[in-house]
Design a protein around this ligand. Structure first.
Ligand SMILES: [Zn+2]
Ligand SMILES: [Zn+2]
Length: 235
C-alpha cells in the first residue's frame, strides 16, 4: 500500500511540477520534482522523436524536390508535393534539434557539465540529443526544479511532430495535381492528393499508385508532359 497523505496531515503535500499534471507525489516520490507517470510519458515521447523526425524529413525531401539519393543529376526543379512551412521548419536547423539542444544545454548547465559538442545537421544531432535526454531524464525529474517546463515543451514538440506526420493538422489532404494515367486513350485527370502521413499516392478513379520517391518524380514528370501536350493541342 502507498502511504497517501490524508487531510489530517495539515500541511501542503508536494505535487508534481509539470504544469498539466500537478498530481500529489507519493511518499516514495517525495524527493522528486516530477512524478513517475510524467517521467514515463516523457521518456516515451523522447523515444518516438527520431522516427517522427525521419518521417517528416522524408516528407521535407519531397517538398524540396531534392536530388535522387546517391544520384548524380538533380531531378525536376518542381518539388513532387507542395512545401509546407511547418514541416520544413521542424526538420531544418532551428527546429526539433534546436528545441532539444536548448533543453540539453540547460540540464548540462544545472549539472555543472561542459556544453555539448557541435553535432552537425539535425539528422546527425537528433540521435545524440535523444540519447542524452533519455539518459538524464531520471536525474532531471528528481533534481532539476525547472523540469516541469521541459516536460511540457517536450510534450508540445512531440504533439506537433505527431500531428504533422499523421497529416492531421490540415484536415483534407494536399492536392498535388491531376492523374496523368492514360486510360482508353484518354487522360484520367482525377485530382490526386497526398498526405504527410503516407508516402503512397493512389488514384481513386483509375487505381494507379505511386509509392516511392522515384515514382513520385515519374508522376510529376508525367503530369508535366500531359500539361505540355495539352498546351500544344490548344495552341
Ligand atoms: Zn506529473
Ligand atoms: Zn487516375
Amino acid at each position: 500500500m502507498h502511504d497517501h497523505p490524508t487531510p489530517e496531515d495539515g500541511y501542503e503535500w508536494p505535487t508534481c511540477v509539470t504544469p498539466r499534471c500537478k498530481r500529489q507525489l507519493w511518499v516514495a516520490e517525495a524527493n522528486r520534482w516530477a512524478c513517475r507517470p510524467c517521467e514515463d510519458a516523457t521518456a516515451q515521447r523522447i523515444r518516438e522523436l527520431p522516427a517522427l523526425f525521419a518521417q517528416l524529413d522524408t516528407t521535407a525531401a519531397l517538398m524540396r524536390g531534392s536530388r535522387r539519393p546517391g544520384g548524380a543529376t538533380s531531378g525536376s526543379k518542381t518539388p513532387p508535393i507542395p512545401p509546407r512551412l511547418e514541416v520544413l521548419a521542424l526538420v531544418g536547423p532551428g527546429g526539433i534539434d534546436a528545441r532539444l539542444s536548448a533543453i540539453e544545454d540547460a540540464w548540462r548547465s544545472a549539472l555543472g557539465w561542459t556544453i555539448a559538442p557541435w553535432r552537425g545537421s539535425p539528422k546527425q544531432a537528433i540521435p545524440h540529443l535523444v540519447e542524452f535526454l533519455s539518459n538524464n531524464l531520471l536525474w532531471a525529474c528528481s533534481s532539476y526544479e525547472e523540469i516541469g517546463q521541459d516536460i511540457d515543451d517536450l510534450r508540445k514538440l512531440h504533439a506537433e511532430c505527431a500531428a504533422l506526420a499523421a497529416g492531421e493538422k490540415r484536415p483534407g489532404r494536399v492536392q498535388i495535381g491531376l492523374c496523368p494515367t492514360v486510360v482508353n486513350d484518354n487522360w484520367c485527370g482525377t485530382q490526386l492528393t497526398a498526405s504527410t502521413g503516407s508516402h503512397r499516392i493512389h488514384c481513386p478513379e483509375c487505381g494507379n499508385r505511386w509509392e516511392t520517391l522515384g515514382e513520385w518524380r515519374e508522376l510529376r514528370a508525367a503530369q508535366e508532359r500531359v500539361l505540355a501536350e495539352a498546351a500544344g493541342v490548344a495552341a
